[in-house]
Design a protein around this ligand. Structure first.
Ligand SMILES: Nc1nc2c(ncn2[C@@H]2O[C@H](COP(=O)(O)OP(=O)(O)OP(=O)(O)O)[C@@H](O)[C@H]2O)c(=O)[nH]1
Ligand SMILES: C[C@H](OP(=O)(O)O)C(=O)O
Length: 236
């Protein structure tokens, strides 16, 4: 099964701009991407990053075994169009190895690059489903990861895309399974989501290492848990 990882390389994670500089946002987004690619590779699958701009795999500093199975395809189209090209029955897209999206209607998984808590076990729970369409929803109604085995199913991201995808599956006669997973359901969009990385990140995770390097730590001084930077705490 091909595993596609969409990645907005140029202006990643704009909703985190209140807490990160542009350079930090880019480095944090790349760290989450690296963690997701490693988790996918550890399930035995080969990830294809579908990036809005050229991306050198070497720059991601992946473990050698992960880099060896990772490929990149550049597609400047909006997310929905870029992903649909790779789905079973899609119009195809080529990565740098010349592989295309799906001539044989093989199943395709789509895993977002901001699933900082994704682990091989959590991904296995999605990738081993048998339904025509299996979805791991994100909090807030999004679609964090999905597997498509049905040739007529197409994605339509943004807004409450989980509900939209349930309706699209119904309309094409595809049976659907919803995968209940805290780790796949946690996408890192807003500053408050950084709490999840600091609480549940594993010591080997790049995203956790980046946050710590940038000086972020949990902050529960007012009884609620948030994040704060060393510089903020020092100035108070
Ligand atoms: N290929 C591709 N990937 C995208 C695009 N927009 C978002 N992504 C990726 O899709 C996933 C979900 O993205 P979002 O959380 O909706 O948006 P984001 O760009 O990461 O963050 P914001 O700028 O804060 O909305 C992430 O892996 C993004 O890198 C796009 O236009 N093309
Ligand atoms: C791409 C979008 O992601 P969100 O903005 O909900 O994180 C979605 O899941 O439809």
């Amino acid at each position: 099964m091909r595993v596609v990882v969409p990645f907005a390389a140029e202006t990643p994670k704009t909703r985190l701009e209140s807490v990160f500089s542009p350079d930090e946002r880019s480095r944090f987004a790349s760290a989450m991407l690296a963690d997701v690619l490693r988790a996918i590779a550890e399930t035995g699958h080969k990830p294809t990053v579908v990036s809005t701009a050229p991306l050198a795999v070497a720059d991601l500093e992946l473990p050698e075994a992960v880099a060896a199975v990772t490929s990149v395809a550049v597609d400047e189209r909006p997310l929905t169009d870029a992903v649909n090209a790779w789905l079973p029955g899609g119009d195809g897209a080529a990565d740098e190895s010349g592989a295309t999206g799906d001539p044989d209607h093989d199943p395709v998984a789509v895993v977002m690059a901001d699933l900082a808590l994704a682990t091989p076990d959590a991904l296995e729970g999605l990738l081993t489903t048998a339904a025509d369409v299996a979805i791991a929803p994100g909090r807030g109604g999004g679609t964090n990861a999905l597997v498509v085995r049905h040739p007529a199913f197409r994605v339509d991201y943004h807004g409450t895309s989980y509900l939209d995808h349930c309706e699209i599956a119904r309309s094409v006669g595809a049976d659907l399974e919803t995968v209940d997973s805290f780790r796949l359901g946690t996408d890192i969009d807003e500053p408050a989501d950084l709490v999840e990385v600091l609480v549940h990140g594993r010591t080997s995770d790049r995203a956790l290492a980046r946050l710590r390097e940038f000086g972020f730590a949990l902050d529960d001084r007012d009884g609620r848990v948030g994040v704060a930077r060393e510089t903020d705490r020092a100035s108070e």
